[in-house]
Design a protein around this ligand. Structure first.
Ligand SMILES: Nc1ncnc2c1ncn2[C@@H]1O[C@H](COP(=O)(O)OP(=O)(O)OP(=O)(O)O)[C@@H](O)[C@H]1O
Ligand SMILES: [Mg+2]
Length: 253
């Protein structure tokens, strides 16, 4: 089982779209995939048609409270992979983690019990450092970092690198930066060209494949489907298939 965490402390860079798309492509390849939504916005769960239900605790919240083993809280999505759904109550889980011994290791321990059940686990994280992101990074083998050339990307990226270094030192020596993926690319402005050049020169993990800007992503989200199911023959689906092929070539899968 390989555990991939999709992370960037900057918001709106395409973490959730990337987590769902990569999981959907792996599932197309008949691999056994689990997605874990650790963001209280629950966009990942909503995007795969498992929106939060009022009045019940979310799977991720129950898992992080140690109330149930992983295989009891997963649900099957319509898209060939399983999900540990998130919801607003992840705020409570984060608070709870502040009170337990070895809080960073709760998710890792939970995953150990399901190691035989999945080939890949893809974790979607919130746009913030904190106990939820720490749990994801502590449980992971490598980090997939979506970045957007148009935004002041490098700040978030630098912070994330420092966080990874800390995690490696304190809780997960095997963690590594696996890949950096340029997403939501538009026609290049001077600023985006500068960011792109800097990443190209300084980040060997930068993938050659880029995901272009496409309104199909919010449309797919509205229809609660991964992009590869919403427009299976579209450019964006092809881009994420190319991303997975490149990850495979790099020996990350
Ligand atoms: N390649 C793309 N082109 C255009 N829009 C995109 C693309 N990828 C994602 N989006 C859209 O951009 C918005 C933010 O994407 P997403 O939710 O994946 O980012 P995020 O990093 O998970 O955000 P957050 O930090 O809030 O969790 C969403 O509306 C999504 O549909
Ligand atoms: Mg998100």
């Amino acid at each position: 089982m390989i555990v991939i965490v999709v992370a960037n402390q900057k918001g709106g860079v395409g973490k959730t779209a990337t987590a769902v798309s990569v999981a959907a492509v792996l599932a197309e390849r008949s691999l056994r995939v689990l997605v874990i939504d650790l963001d209280q916005q629950a966009q990942c769960s909503t995007c795969v048609n498992v929106p939060p239900k009022k009045g019940t605790r979310s799977a991720a919240c129950r898992l992080l409270h140690g109330e149930a083993p992983l295989l009891e809280v997963v649900v099957r999505t319509d898209f060939g992979f399983d999900l540990v759904a998130g919801a607003k109550d992840l705020r409570l889980a984060e608070k709870h983690l502040g009170t337990v011994t070895g809080a960073d290791f709760v998710l890792r321990e939970a995953l150990e019990h399901a190691a035989e059940s999945y080939d890949y686990v893809v974790i979607d994280t919130p746009p913030a450092a904190g106990a939820l992101s720490s749990n994801a990074l502590t449980a992971a083998d490598w980090v997939l970092v979506p970045v957007q050339y148009e935004a002041p990307t490098l700040e978030g990226y630098g912070e994330l690198l420092s966080t990874i270094e800390l995690v490696v030192r304190r809780t997960n020596p095997k963690l590594r930066l696996g890949a950096v993926l340029a997403t939501k690319n538009m026609v290049r402005s001077a600023h985006s060209a500068a960011v792109s050049d800097w990443l190209g020169a300084n980040v060997p993990e930068l993938l050659a494949t880029r995901v272009g800007f496409s309104t199909a992503f919010p449309d797919a989200y509205d229809k609660r489907k991964p992009i590869t199911v919403f427009q299976p023959k579209g450019k964006s689906a092809a881009a994420y298939r190319a991303v997975v092929a490149e990850l495979d070539e790099k020996g990350l899968l």
